[in-house]
Design a protein around this ligand. Structure first.
Ligand SMILES: *Cc1c(COP(=O)(O)O)cnc(C)c1O
Length: 236
């Protein structure tokens, strides 16, 4: 039985190796531990092994974990990475630190309006649909700059970057090419004068290709916490 601590060490080693291969400084890639479907005890174990940032897909599940781990709240950073419906924005604005999945103005406006005054601005990434898959979340790449300009002006949000979840590709080169589409959107927005510092790309199976394409934050679940019991398709 490997432990969460062992797994974290292995994932960190993969990140370092991928950075070396890409000629990058490993300090430029943050690790987000995706704890969806795992309980608060798994998060405690990861925290004890030095992990600080955690990602949750389902708002309700995330909220109950944040609540169960209230004693560690100041030490943890909670990222909402799943599709976001309008009726869930308030609890996200009130309880999370980051949202990676902003893909339309209405959601961004609600998050900004609902972010409590006593908290720092909510850190957000725009999710970009780099595959063009019609059934997938994310703003189309050609609309990302316009959305970024408006979101960057919302008072209670801080626009940090771009997130994408491309379809799995057959090999490293093909996977990297998909990630590079997201990196191109990131560069385009920065060159237009909107400051971004976060490119949220890569999961357990493809973090090396994501790092080769410039990822600054990899979102890793399975390789840290183990396999999830069943594929999850529900949202919210
Ligand atoms: C589940 C999930 C991950 C982690 O996926 P693994 O393959 O388990 O590493 C990363 N990002 C998002 C948006 C996810 O839903």
């Amino acid at each position: 039985m490997t432990t969460i601590r062992d797994n974290l060490q292995q994932v960190r080693a993969r990140v370092v190796k991928a950075c070396t291969a890409a000629g990058r400084d490993a300090a430029g890639v943050q690790l987000l531990a995706v704890s969806k479907t795992f309980g608060p005890e798994a998060v405690r174990e990861a925290r004890a092994a030095g992990q600080r940032a955690f990602g949750e897909n389902y708002v309700q599940e995330g909220l109950s974990k944040i609540e169960a781990l209230a004693d560690l709240r100041a030490e943890l950073e909670w990222h909402c990475i799943g599709p976001l419906q309008s009726n869930k924005t308030r609890s996200v604005a009130e309880h999370f630190d980051w949202v990676h999945s902003v893909d339309r103005l209405k959601i961004a406006q609600r998050l900004s309006e609902q972010r409590p005054a006593g908290l720092p601005p909510l850190q957000v990434c725009l999710q970009v649909n780099v595959d063009g898959g019609a059934n997938k979340s994310g703003v189309p790449p050609e609309e990302a700059l316009a959305l970024a300009r408006v979101v960057a002006e919302l008072p209670r949000l801080r626009l940090r970057g771009i997130m994408a979840i491309p379809e799995p590709a057959p090999d490293f080169v093909a996977q990297r090419a998909l990630f590079m589409r997201a990196a191109a959107v990131f560069d385009q927005i920065r060159e237009a004068g909107v400051p971004l510092d976060t490119l949220s790309l890569g999961m357990s199976a493809d973090l090396e290709a994501a790092i080769a394409a410039g990822s600054t934050m990899v979102r890793v679940g399975t390789a840290i916490f183990g396999g999830r019991p069943q594929p999850i398709t529900r949202s919210g």
